[in-house]
Write a protein that binds this ligand. Structure first.
Ligand code: UD1
Ligand code: CA
Length: 451
């Protein structure tokens, strides 16, 4: 049975006080919306519809950037959650199977929870995801009778007795998609908010003799984000889960609270992460690597046994093969470092290919940008680049070549050659003493003149 996702993301998010649509605020480097989509993706959905409204253009752009097959539909006026789901009807046209409704601002629903919902669908027409709320606040209340969900009452419309219910609606609902839209057709807006409530479909389903139930998940999963403070709590929750997952995967961190993960960070077992390391999106670190303190990695791959940092920056497109060393105050961007290459101090390597076992001296810079275009630098296996070398790209240094310190290399260097391009050194015996004596005399004259 195939499943379609309907992700609601039209709401304004007034309490964020932001020009950025709420669902685009990031957690661990990805918009909240993407977290919701990733959770849903584990069901291998046949279709995905995202309902947009406030900030529709940017929300749609983000959705399509994540997955170009997503169908975005607009809800011009936010008339309620049932009205929002109804907008997805055309996007699900011809879909034979379940529809699962998710919220774009509820990023933590676990894939296993969604699988349990799909499982429960085998025995019930409509399945709602509920949770026991520590503080039920303004959540919709789930009115159960045994296993059967009879109706959902919104807080504003609830009696005192109903308000006492602590089993609450997360908003996630699964039903056969035809059934879902038929039920939504019957939803009216005669309630305290004057909105079309998706939650009303439960009572309608029961009146039609359909079966409805609610399954429970942990309250932390249903955490919705409505304010900056809640966004920060969501980030903290994500980070603590990511750290626990890393430990479970065999990663060592001495100061886990100072290590910051991205939504998609992948780290192999026996890797050591020292304190104060930040992972931006798109990082893979293989087994047994060592990421030393205060390093920042983003969009890069670190192979087995490589050592990075302390204070290293790996930017998108940095590919470190096995046993590579990247040391302090080194920045690597869009560059491949073959096995055992060493770049240990104060260096910028951008748009480059570094051969096996080459050694890049301190303060080397690949001058990759001419002000208009980027150019590549290639360095052959075993080459030795002296400290303070400027490699003006495009340029190639052959395998086993040697570059004298302080050189500015503008022409290709053949394999095994020495290239040296600095001014000749002059020696003037005794000159230093004379020079400073003259300067001191000048200073004395000045001081006398001003007193
Ligand atoms: C909703 C539920 C409530 C539940 C709570 C969980 C209804 C009527 N109520 O209430 O039972 O406990 O979520 O958080 O469903 N949205 C649209 N278009 C709209 C209205 C909403 O896209 O016209 C989206 C919002 O962007 C948001 C989601 O739907 O992602 C929920 O809307 P929201 O207004 O936050 O619903 P609640 O009042 O919190
Ligand atoms: Ca809400």
């Amino acid at each position: 049975m195939s499943t379609a996702l309907i992700v609601l993301a039209a709401g304004k998010g007034t309490r964020m006080k932001s020009d950025l649509p709420k669902v685009l605020h990031p957690i661990a480097g990805a918009p909240m919306l993407v977290h919701a989509l990733r959770a849903g993706a584990t069901l291998d959905p046949a279709r995905i519809a995202v309902v947009t409204g406030h900030g529709a253009e940017s929300v749609e752009a983000a959705a399509l950037e994540h997955d170009e097959d997503i169908r975005c539909v607009r809800q011009e006026q936010q008339l309620g959650t049932a009205h929002a789901v109804a907008q997805a009807r055309s996007a699900l046209d011809g879909h034979d199977g379940d529809a699962l409704v998710l919220y774009g601002d509820t990023p933590f629903i676990q894939p296993e929870t969604l699988e349990r919902m799909i499982e429960a669908r085998r025995t019930h027409d409509v399945v709602v995801l509920g949770f026991e709320a520590a503080d039920p606040g303004r959540y919709g209340r789930l009115v159960m009778q045994g296993e059967t969900l009879e109706r959902i009452v919104e807080f504003k419309d609830a009696s005192d007795q109903e308000k006492a219910v602590t089993f609450c609606n997360s908003g996630v609902i699964a039903a056969d998609s035809q059934t879902l839209f038929q039920l939504i057709d019957a939803v009216g807006n005669d309630n305290a908010s004057g909105e079309y409530y998706l939650t009303d479909i439960i009572a309608i389903a029961r009146n039609r003799g359909l079966g409805a139930t609610a399954i429970a998940c942990d309250e932390a999963e249903t955490l919705g984000v409505n304010s900056r403070a809640e966004l920060a709590s969501a980030e903290a929750l994500f980070q603590s889960r990511a750290r626990q997952n890393a430990f479970d995967d065999g990663v060592m961190m001495q100061a886990p609270a100072t290590v910051h993960f991205a939504f998609d960070t992948v780290i192999g077992p026996d890797t050591q992460i020292e304190p104060n390391v930040v992972f931006g999106p798109g990082v893979t670190v293989e087994n047994g690597a060592h990421i030393r303190a205060f390093s920042h990695l983003e969009g890069c791959h670190v192979a087995r046994g490589a050592v990075v940092g302390p204070y290293a920056r790996l930017r998108p497109g940095a590919e470190l093969a096995e046993d590579v060393r990247v040391g302090n105050f080194v920045e690597i961007k869009n560059a491949v470092l073959e096995q055992g290459a060493k770049v240990n101090h104060l260096t910028y390597i951008g748009d480059a290919d570094l051969g096996e076992g080459c050694n890049i001296g301190a303060g080397t810079v690949t001058c990759n940008y001419d002000g208009v275009m980027k150019h590549r630098t290639a360095i052959g296996a075993g080459a030795f680049i002296g400290s303070g070398t400027m490699l003006v790209a495009p340029v190639t240094v052959g395998g086993g070549a040697l570059i004298g310190s302080g050189s500015v290399i503008t022409r290709d260097v053949p394999d095994g050659a020495l290239a040296i391009s600095r001014a000749h050194q002059e020696i003037k015996p005794g000159f230093a003493q004379k020079f400073f004596d003259a300067l001191r005399k000048k200073k004395d004259m000045r001081n006398k003149g001003s007193s």
